[in-house]
Design a protein around this ligand. Structure first.
Ligand SMILES: [Zn+2]
Length: 390
C-alpha cells in the first residue's frame, strides 16, 4: 500500500454542526441519537485536527522527480466502527462489487481526480500524485462525510433523514477540494477566509459533477448535496449556489440560512464565524460569473477561480474582496476585458464592488508565481509586498 502523505490534517465535514444540533433538539428519539453521536464524533475529529495542525508546520520538500498522472485509489470498509482506515475492499483497477457505497466512493474519487487532471493538469489533491483513499460504512448511522487530511470518510446516514453520504458526487468533490485548498492557499477555517475555503469546495464540487455530466452552466442545478436528504425532509439539497437560502426549509432541520449578498452577511460565533453560511455570497458570485461567461462553467469561471486559488497573493486570511480582486485580474489575464467585466459584475451583484482594482492585470506582478510544472516545489512564502493593497 502506498505511504500516506499526512500534511492536510483537517476534518472538514459536509454537514455543519448547526443542522445536527437542530435535529438533536427537534427530531425523533432515533434521529436525535444519530445526530448526537455524529456531533460527538465530529467534535473529536476537530480536536484531533487542531492538535495535528499545531504539530505540522514543517515546510514542504519538492519531490525528487515529477510523478506521472495516474489514479491510485483504495476503498476501505470500516464495518460500522470508527477506526480508520478499516479493511481494504477495492483497489485501483479492480471491478465493481455489490456494495453501492464502495462503488460510489470509488467512482467519485475517480471523477474528482479526472476533473483536476484533465481540466487543470493537476496530479491529484497535492499535485504530486497523492494516493486517494476513502472509508465507507464509518460508524453507526453516522450523518456526515469528511476529509481528514489523508482520506475521505463517509457515513451511511441514519436512513431516516439522511441517505448514504456517498450519494452526491459534488459532496465528494467538495471534500477533496478542501485538500486542494489546504495545499494551495491554506485559507484559515474562520470568518471570511473560512467562508472562502468552504465556497471554493462548493465551486469545485459542483464543477466535478457538471464535468462528469457534461452539463453547461445553464443546464446545471447548482445544488450541493442533492440526494442526501430522504423524502422525509422538505429540501432539495444542503446548499444552492443559484439561490442561496432556498435549499431546504424543514421542521426538523430548520431552514437554509445562507445569504446571497453582503447585505445578508451573518455575524456569528457559531460554525467558525458562519463559514458554511456566508459561503453563500462567494458561491453566488461564482454562479453569476459562470452564467454570464456561458458554456461549461469549468472552462472559464472554473479556471479563473483555480488560478486565483493558486495565486500566492491570496493569503490564508484573505477577505472576500481580496479574493474578488484577484479573480478579476485572472479573468483579464486568462481571457480578456469582457471576461474581467463579467466577473466584476458578478461580484458587484453580491455586494462586493471591486471597481477598477480587478482590471489591474499585471499592475502588481502578474501570474501566480507558482511555476506551471507539476511538483515544482511551491513554497508557502508570499511574495514581497504582494497582497497588501487590495
Ligand atoms: Zn466543507
Amino acid at each position: 500500500m502506498a505511504v500516506h502523505r499526512c500534511r492536510f490534517r483537517r476534518a472538514c465535514a459536509i454537514l455543519p454542526p448547526e443542522i445536527l444540533r437542530r435535529i438533536a433538539t427537534r427530531g425523533s428519539r432515533t434521529q436525535r441519537d444519530a445526530a448526537l453521536a455524529t456531533l460527538a464524533t465530529d467534535q473529536t475529529l476537530r480536536l484531533s485536527r487542531a492538535t495535528h495542525q499545531l504539530l505540522e508546520r514543517a515546510p514542504r520538500r519538492p519531490p525528487l522527480a515529477m510523478p506521472e498522472i495516474a489514479k491510485q485509489r483504495t476503498i476501505y470498509d470500516a464495518n460500522h466502527r470508527e477506526t480508520l482506515p478499516g479493511r481494504a475492499v477495492r483497489d485501483e483497477g479492480s471491478r465493481a462489487g455489490k456494495d453501492v457505497e464502495v462503488n460510489e466512493a470509488y467512482d467519485g474519487l475517480g471523477a474528482t481526480f479526472d476533473f483536476f487532471a484533465i481540466v487543470h493538469d493537476r496530479n491529484s489533491i497535492d499535485d504530486a500524485g497523492m494516493h486517494l483513499d476513502a472509508t465507507v460504512h464509518f460508524g453507526r448511522k453516522y450523518d456526515n462525510a469528511f476529509w481528514n487530511g489523508r482520506q475521505m470518510v463517509f457515513g451511511d446516514g441514519d436512513g431516516d433523514l439522511f441517505n448514504r453520504f456517498t450519494i452526491s458526487l459534488d459532496v465528494i468533490g467538495h471534500e477533496l477540494a478542501h485538500g486542494v485548498t489546504g495545499d494551495e492557499a491554506k485559507l484559515v477555517y474562520l470568518g471570511q477566509a473560512g467562508a472562502l475555503n468552504e465556497s471554493i469546495s462548493d465551486v469545485f464540487g459542483v464543477l466535478v459533477k457538471q464535468y462528469a455530466l457534461g452539463q453547461t452552466a445553464a443546464e446545471a442545478d447548482w445544488l450541493i448535496g442533492a440526494g442526501l436528504f430522504t423524502s422525509k425532509v422538505n429540501g432539495a439539497a444542503l446548499r444552492s449556489m443559484k439561490a442561496p437560502g432556498t435549499a431546504f426549509d424543514d421542521p426538523v432541520l430548520g431552514r437554509d440560512t445562507q445569504p446571497s449578498t453582503m447585505s445578508g452577511y451573518v455575524h456569528t460565533t457559531m460554525d467558525n464565524g458562519g463559514v458554511h453560511t456566508n459561503s453563500g455570497i462567494p458561491n453566488h458570485a461564482f454562479y453569476l460569473a459562470a452564467i454570464a461567461l456561458g458554456g461549461h462553467a469549468w472552462e472559464k469561471a472554473g479556471r479563473i477561480w483555480y488560478e486565483t486559488l493558486r495565486d500566492r497573493r491570496l493569503r490564508p486570511t484573505s477577505t472576500f474582496r481580496q479574493f474578488a480582486v484577484l479573480t478579476g485580474q485572472h479573468a483579464a489575464q486568462l481571457f480578456g476585458p469582457l471576461e474581467r467585466q463579467a466577473v466584476a459584475a458578478a461580484w458587484k451583484e453580491v455586494g462586493i464592488d471591486v471597481g477598477s482594482d480587478a482590471g489591474k492585470a499585471g499592475a502588481k506582478g502578474t501570474g501566480n508565481g507558482r511555476g506551471s510544472g507539476r511538483g515544482s516545489g511551491r513554497g508557502t512564502g508570499l511574495r514581497d509586498g504582494a497582497g497588501d493593497d487590495f
